[in-house]
Design a protein around this ligand. Structure first.
Ligand code: GUN
Length: 291
């Protein structure tokens, strides 16, 4: 029987409505609205679209936002100075430096310079460390968005075997940490999984994948996960956004996988919308922490 397609847009909209109310309550309690500052360096078209989406989502939720656009020739030092200024600006709740940065910039130095209390991406080593110890401050946007998707689709993770494909610092690695913890802000049944973190050097990847109750594909290779790599009834979460001649495709062969899976996220309209939604949640949290 074909899988149910998970509607990430609807889940995202529902959560954004709840955040909007929480922001309104925060403001009604006498605080200034949360404010997100996004920094975009250069002209990468995909990054421009993402940043615009973030600004629109902020507006809908009652969160102030500002975009600082800088030339592609900006130096690491100039960016560090800007981050320092934003760190000390009491009107700024959250800072997001859009990745990828141009190749001449030391991205790690810039990301490390963002105040850990304004780090709405949860990329700062202090926030990664807190997550790793099971006492998270901010949760990284895409992985936490996936936990929201699972919960709102009636899927728990406790005791399940989960195969994550891809070990990036933005998705795979923090996703593995979150799901393997004893607890989650969304409840203990949304953690406590047995996680296998697969990557380009994994032997028997197809076999490991085929034994998983939940597969999370975040490897950045178009239609990498095929139907024969899935256990019948598996839940499939596709994080891939690959621009190909055939248009936008995920890391999963959707049509074939949907014949085997029980529930599956599409691309677009699956995980993507959740990333910006969690960013709003983190910006509100940053405003609460920084007041
Ligand atoms: N580029 C792609 N995804 C992300 C993200 O989650 N945060 C930032 N800052 N840049 C990105």
């Amino acid at each position: 029987m074909p899988a149910t397609t998970i509607d990430g847009k609807k889940i995202s909209k529902d959560i954004q409505t709840e955040i909007k109310q929480q922001v309104a309550d925060f403001v009604a309690a006498g605080h200034a609205p949360p404010k997100l500052v996004a920094v975009l360096v250069g002209q990468d078209p995909a990054s421009q679209v993402y940043v615009r989406n973030k600004e629109r989502a902020c507006k809908r939720a009652g969160i102030d936002s500002a975009l600082i656009q800088m030339d592609a020739t900006t130096t690491t030092q100039q960016l560090l100075e800007l981050v320092d200024q934003l760190n000390h600006d009491a009107t700024v709740s959250g800072i997001l430096v859009q990745l990828p940065l141009p190749s001449g910039i030391d991205s790690q130095r810039v990301l490390d310079a963002i105040s850990a209390l304004k780090d709405v991406d949860a990329f700062h080593p202090e926030n990664v460390g807190l997550l790793s110890q099971g006492r998270p401050r901010f949760l990284p946007c895409t992985p936490f968005g996936i936990v929201h998707i699972l919960k709102r689709s009636g899927i728990t993770t406790a005791g399940k075997s989960i195969c994550i494909i891809g070990r990036s610092d933005i998705v795979g690695k923090p996703m593995a940490l979150m799901l393997a913890q004893k607890d989650s802000p969304l409840g203990a049944d949304m953690a406590n999984a047995t996680v296998t973190l697969c990557h380009s050097r994994t032997k028997n990847l197809a076999e490991i994948c085929a034994s998983a109750d939940i597969v999370i594909a975040a490897i950045g290779k178009p239609e990498f996960v095929t139907a024969d790599m899935l256990k019948p009834g598996a839940v499939v979460i596709d994080v891939g956004i690959n621009r190909t001649d055939q248009g936008l495709v995920g890391d999963v062969d959707f049509e074939a996988a949907a014949e085997v899976a029980s529930q599956i996220t599409p691309v677009p309209g699956g995980v993507g919308p959740l990333t910006v939604t969690i960013l709003l949640e983190n910006t509100l949290k940053a405003a609460q922490l920084n007041q």
